[in-house]
Design a binder for this molecule. Structure first.
Ligand code: PEP
Ligand code: MG
Length: 367
């Protein structure tokens, strides 16, 4: 209930006047967006769309997603995607509406598809009944999704390249939701974000879909223009190194420092517990690099990414949406190197705002 306390509100007003860098919230559901907005977020820096498939109150989105995933033909996939579209558009429309004109960065589907399919026998039997396919066929299709190293596998933009129809459905939902809000007299500012990229050509590939759907949606809804930005996450070291050319195809960059840390150190973000305490004890690492940006290594890559990106596009918008976006020391770093915003989970937004104000008082921008 802090947002009802007058002294807190006065302090935060001063904080927002002082800070230079924007503070947005990460969100997995429209509910998170509401929470973040109450904590003073100026938009959403990462809307993780995959969570909407777990739908609030309905099993249907997850069922349709699973149906799409185990479909054999593009035609079957498209049928399931047409059903999914309704739910995806509804969630996006609600989220854009909550942020009423503040930017909302919507990340296209990121996780490897096997993550959405049940692995225990009972649930698979149930799914085979619901889908009307035999267990042996279902087992075969689920097995085909297996990867030895899924976090380095068929995920992020690679899904969009393999299955353009998935990208198409999401983009259509974003454009229709935005255009409808505007037609209803409200505001919407979507930013389409492509995950796990490492080359300009991936961005070009997906942009062709965006351009085609944009044209179709404008015609269908009878509108001349739908405002939006198109950009990418920078979460693979190669993407930071290739920022010059990546920026040719992007209006903005958002540093995904969870994956960027994982891929730079070669430490699995899910299994660090085995050796990290000893590393910290011995001083091999000063801090947990998944909490505070490792300025000597990962931070160097981020700096390179920002500098090279802005060599191509001086006004390139740059933010961060990994967990570090809510860590005060990391927020100061982001401020110093000239990022436009940080984005973090809703409950960390007030701390990030305070850190941003402190950074502005103590440190001039390097750029
Ligand atoms: C990241 O990798 O930093 C990121 C924000 O994406 P996710 O945590 O969803 O992989
Ligand atoms: Mg990531």
């Amino acid at each position: 209930d802090l947002d009802k306390n007058q002294s807190y509100k006065n302090l935060m007003k001063l904080v927002d006047k002082t800070k230079v860098i924007g503070v947005r919230t990460n969100a997995e559901t429209p509910g998170d967006a509401e929470q973040g907005a109450r904590f003073g977020a100026e938009g959403i820096g990462l809307f993780r769309t995959e969570h909407m498939f777990y739908g609030e109150g309905s099993d249907q989105p997850l069922f349709l997603l699973r149906k799409m995933i185990v479909s054999k033909t593009e035609k079957e996939r498209r049928e399931a995607l047409n059903g999914l579209f309704v739910y995806v558009k509804k969630d996006i429309k609600r989220t854009l509406g909550v942020m009423s004109g503040f930017p909302v960065t919507i990340r296209l589907l990121d996780p490897p598809l096997h993550e959405f399919v049940p692995h225990d026998k009972e649930k698979l039997v149930q799914l085979s009944k619901e889908l009307g396919i035999s267990m042996s066929v279902l087992n075969r299709r689920v097995l085909a999704l297996h990867e030895n190293n899924p976090m380095l596998g068929h995920r992020g933009v690679r899904l969009g390249v393999s299955y353009p129809e998935i990208t198409e459905m999401q983009i259509r939902a974003i454009f229709e939701a935005s255009a409808e809000l505007v037609q209803e007299g409200k505001k919407a500012m979507p930013e389409i974000m492509i995950p796990v990229t490492c080359s300009k050509n991936e961005l070009k590939n997906q942009r062709e879909i965006v351009d085609a759907v944009y044209k179709e949606t404008c015609e269908k809804l009878g509108v001349k223009k739908i405002p939006y930005l198109y950009g990418t996450m920078i979460e693979i070291p190669r993407a930071a190194l290739k920022a010059n050319s990546m920026a040719e195809e992007a209006d903005f960059f958002s540093f995904g420092t969870n994956d960027l840390t994982q891929m730079s150190f070669g430490f699995s973000r899910d299994d660090i517990g085995g050796f990290l305490p000893k590393y910290l004890d011995l001083g091999i690492l000063p801090d947990d690099p998944f909490q505070t940006i490792d300025q000597e290594g990962v931070g160097e890559l981020i700096k390179i990414g920002v500098e090279r990106g802005r060599q191509t596009k001086p006004n390139l918008k740059v933010g961060i949406c990994g967990e570090h976006g809510g860590d005060p020391e990391s927020v100061v770093f982001c401020h110093k190197i000239g990022m436009n915003y940080v984005s973090c989970s809703p409950f960390r937004v007030p701390i990030a705002r305070l850190a941003a104000a402190q950074a502005a008082l103590l440190f001039p921008r390097e750029k």
